[in-house]
Design a protein around this ligand. Structure first.
Ligand code: F6R
Length: 244
């Protein structure tokens, strides 16, 4: 694991955007695994800026998102499909046909999970997987549990995650309780991984990921076994090591 320390959220975002940009320059039709949430917003803003300057071209880029809430339509402004359009896809020259997100409206879980695994396989796997990390150590929506979930699955979100997501909804009742998520096997099969972490609330999860036992109790700890992981974290997310 390579750990890059950033001073601020903006610094973290720029450093991480540089890694993604290098991937697109080296392989214009790269398959990017993308994430939603607050952490990647600065990266997406930076990528859009470089695209507008003519420094980046998304024409051949393919993307697969980590997850989607079950029950939400792509047009629902709370959905991750909507988030991706709003925060990245609508602002760059990516072909919408090359962007993939689990179908939150598919009620048949087995069917949707199998379809999404096929999508990833059909793209030839993921070149660079971008990950945020939950305060409970989740990656994608692979929540702490008894076992590492393997491939795309439908997950019951934990109460901590539901509470963390509530900030995007008007009422607690609106916050979806289930989501489709790619699994640890999908993530671990990515040829490279870029995990970003910002803020004190992530410090303990980052510490468990880096130094804790490899255990489903902290899903991100599995990344210790991947041979090409870059972690870009700001000072606060690495604050546990300040006194060492
Ligand atoms: C999002 C995802 C989640 C988030 C994580 C951190 O697609 O899969 O694992 O990366 O919950 O979220 P933020 O960045 O909002 O703190």
């Amino acid at each position: 694991m390579r750990i890059y320390r950033a001073n601020t959220y903006e610094d973290m975002s720029r450093k991480a955007a540089n890694i993604i940009s290098a991937q697109i320059i080296m392989k214009p039709d790269a398959v990017l695994g993308l994430a939603t949430g607050s952490s990647p917003l600065g990266i997406y803003r930076q990528l859009i800026e470089w695209y507008k300057k003519g420094d980046l071209d998304f024409r051949e880029v393919r993307t697969v998102n980590l997850d989607e809430y079950k029950g939400l339509a792509p047009e629902d402004r709370h959905s991750y499909a909507y988030f991706m359009k709003e925060n990245l896809f609508d602002h760059v020259n990516i072909d919408p046909a090359n962007t993939h997100i689990p179908n939150g409206l598919e009620k048949d879980e087995a069917l949707e999970c199998a379809r999404y695994n096929e999508v990833i396989a059909g793209l030839g796997g993921i070149d660079l997987q971008l990950l945020g990390i939950g305060a409970n150590g989740h990656i994608g929506f692979n929540e702490p549990g008894e076992a590492f979930e393997k491939e795309t699955h439908c997950v019951r979100l934990t109460d901590t995650t539901i509470e963390a997501n509530a900030r995007f909804f008007e009422t607690m009742d609106q916050v979806p309780k289930y989501a489709y998520s790619t699994g640890i096997k999908n993530i671990m099969q990515a040829r490279s991984i870029l995990l970003i972490a910002s803020g004190k609330a992530k410090a303990e999860a980052v510490n468990q990921m880096l130094t804790g036992p490899i255990s489903p109790a902290c899903p991100a700890s599995i990344l210790q076994l991947h041979n090409n992981v870059s972690i870009v974290a700001d000072k606060e997310a690495l604050s546990i090591y300040d006194s060492l």
